[in-house]
Design a protein around this ligand. Structure first.
Ligand SMILES: [Mg+2]
Length: 194
């Protein structure tokens, strides 16, 4: 990326929720359909800690996120536009690496299998950390230099610890950092592939 050089696909890792998976979109759909929040839109989610920005019972917020954590497929979690296509291109060049703050790898691994298929996933690495604040150590151990994440605080920490963060643009990270932003998967692709 520096000096116009492309990022090698083997040097970049991906957060899952808010980057590969449209977790915000799924949250909004469930809140509208099952909890009567018809007026809710993605742009209303201006904080990563959703309970700080939405006028919604925290118990309901927790119930929705619990479903998205435990049963992403039946909860209706969808990939971000073009994510599957671009990840498939990356996977042809290097193993994919995902690092998530989710506490349990199994449900989201199943979801990724459904999205990307067995062949790609058999060569991929998934780390479920169970915490938000120590991603740099994991990312360095995995030999990565670049990481795509949607949580501004995570990206700021990554930069301080020598990883090059790419902030996946979402309403909850806008205006909260001065780091390089990617608006969609075609922008990620453009940084890496010819
Ligand atoms: Mg995320």
């Amino acid at each position: 990326m520096q000096n116009g050089k492309k990022i090698h696909p083997g040097q970049i890792g991906f957060d899952i929720d808010g980057v590969v998976a449209d977790t915000g979109g799924a949250f909004v759909r469930i809140a509208r359909r099952e909890y009567g929040m018809q007026g809710l839109t993605l742009d209303d989610i201006t904080e990563f800690e959703v309970e700080n920005c939405l006028d919604m019972d925290p118990l309901i917020i927790n119930a929705i996120f619990a479903r998205l954590l435990r049963e992403p497929l039946t909860a209706g979690l969808e990939p971000m536009p073009r994510a599957v296509e671009v990840l498939t291109e990356f996977a042809a060049l290097a193993p994919l690496t995902f690092v998530t703050a989710r506490p349990d790898a199994a449900p989201i691994t199943g979801w990724l299998h459904d999205m990307l298929g067995k062949d790609i996933m058999s060569g991929s690495r998934i780390v479920a950390m169970g915490e938000h604040d120590n991603k740099a150590a994991y990312i360095k151990n995995l030999g990565l230099r670049y990481f795509v994440d949607d949580r501004a605080e995570t990206c700021i920490r990554l930069e301080q610890e020598g990883i090059v963060p790419l902030v996946y643009s979402q309403p909850w990270n806008r205006g909260r950092h001065a780091l390089k932003t990617v608006d969609n998967w075609l922008a990620i692709r453009a940084l890496s592939l010819v």
